[in-house]
Design a protein around this ligand. Structure first.
Ligand SMILES: C[S@@+](CC[C@H](N)C(=O)[O-])C[C@H]1O[C@@H](n2cnc3c(N)ncnc32)[C@H](O)[C@@H]1O
Length: 222
């Protein structure tokens, strides 16, 4: 299995920092959904700068923040405490989640669990199963094989589904696992799959538009 490597958040400042502090669109839907289901314990798995921890904390959830990057955890804590929000914080690797069995009602891991290889991905799915309550839900995103990163043949292939990202920046040499629809169904076959859709994001950089494809998956532990 490939060694885990987190983001280098130290170089994320100004405009990029602002981007990573705005909650994603679907997080508002999940907030509504999970509130109406009386869910309370929320794990922000791979919390980054804490945009979803703060959103859910402000709305009454008991928030646990987890990331492999100490800097990510420090910055989440600093932001949350400036808003008088007090969470549980842990630095660690998602391959071994340091939580009790069936601890969480709901988990959000947006653009996180793809940061491994195929063997790692199977282990993370088992870890999710371990820490979710029965009836608990998890929303996650996975890089799609349709995306430019997987088609980037100059980037080292780690296994049939995984490449190392070689672009300078916070994700330099971070492994990326890419799925297709059949692989999504196979990976989460022990769960109820409530919804899967593929999202396309467009990024314009130096007069060039890049398309980035991700699967968004909502699962429930039976
Ligand atoms: C793209 S960022 C997303 C952050 C956050 N989920 C958000 O939506 O703002 C990916 C995060 O996953 C973390 N990460 C990567 N590999 C990890 C691992 N093996 N265990 C825990 N966190 C990891 C990175 O450090 C980074 O903070």
């Amino acid at each position: 299995m490939i060694e885990s490597k987190g983001w280098n958040w130290e170089i994320v400042k100004d405009e990029r920092e602002e981007f990573w502090k705005k909650p994603s669109m679907e997080s508002y839907y999940l907030l509504n959904r999970w509130k109406s289901q009386d869910k309370k314990s929320f794990l922000d798995l791979g919390c980054g700068l804490g945009r979803h921890s703060v959103l859910f904390g402000k709305n009454g959830f008991d928030v646990s923040c987890f990331d492999i990057s100490q800097d990510a955890i420090n910055r989440t804590k600093q932001w949350a405490e400036s808003e008088n929000l007090y969470f549980d914080y842990k630095v660690g690797d998602m391959l071994e989640l340091p939580y009790n069995n069936e601890q969480f009602d709901c988990i959000l891991c947006r653009n996180v669990i793809s940061h491994t290889d195929t063997e790692g991905m199977k282990q993370i799915v088992k870890q999710l199963d371990k820490v979710m309550k029965h009836g608990g839900e998890c929303y996650l995103t996975l890089g799609s094989k349709d995306t430019w990163g997987f088609k980037h043949e100059d980037w080292p292939l780690v296994d049939e589904n995984t490449r190392l990202r070689m672009e300078e920046g916070p994700e330099y040499k971070v492994p990326h696992f890419y799925a297709d629809y059949n692989l999504v169904k196979e990976l989460f076959s022990n769960f109820n799959i409530i919804n899967v859709h593929q999202e396309i994001e467009y990024f314009a950089k130096e007069n060039k538009v890049t398309e980035s494809y991700h699967y968004h998956v909502l699962i429930q532990k039976a």
